[in-house]
Design a protein around this ligand. Structure first.
Ligand code: HEC
Length: 129
């Protein structure tokens, strides 16, 4: 009897814990910082703008896809990945999905040089393009 009461009390306590907010609050992305990093890079981080255009309809050669409108198509590129997850994977593991018509030549080492804040900033910027 007493054991059951203890068990229920324990279960309630645990479910209370599960519902409490995560210990680490998610980092909010800053699109302006993202835009700056995208255009200028930093030390070990080559600018994304070297290879990507961001102006809709702009034509001419570029190594990577034009990212204007990426916010609209990111969520449907890879089944099972949300827009945010797709952009994150594209930056950190570009070799996992190669956009049709392009080659696997995106700079592969962003994962070693970008902070979580940098990634969130870039995602915030890109999803608004
Ligand atoms: C050396 C050239 C190069 C650089 C620098 C580069 N990319 Fe790329 N990127 C590519 C190429 C080529 C592709 C297409 C092949 C593929 O899917 O990996 C691509 C694909 C992408 C895609 C997927 C596009 C789509 O239409 O689905 C995203 C998003 C992206 N890059 C973001 C970035 C961001 C953000 C940076 C900077 C942090 C960056 N790239 C830097 C060459 C580059």
């Amino acid at each position: 009897m007493c054991n059951w009461v203890m068990f229920i009390a324990f279960a309630l306590m645990m479910s209370g814990c599960a519902a409490s907010p995560p210990m680490f609050a998610p980092i909010a992305g800053d699109a302006e910082d993202g835009a700056q990093l995208f255009a200028q890079g930093r030390d070990e981080v080559p600018p994304c703008l070297t290879c990507h255009r961001v102006i809709r309809g702009q034509v001419g050669f570029s190594i990577g896809p034009n990212l204007a409108g990426i916010g609209e198509r990111a969520g449907t590129q890879v089944a099972g990945l949300s827009a945010e997850e797709y952009v994150r994977q594209s930056i950190l593991e570009p070799e996992r999905y190669i956009v049709s018509g392009y080659r696997d030549i995106m700079y592969p080492d962003y994962s070693a040089h970008l902070t979580e804040q940098n990634i969130q900033d870039l995602i915030a910027y890109l999803l608004m393009l």
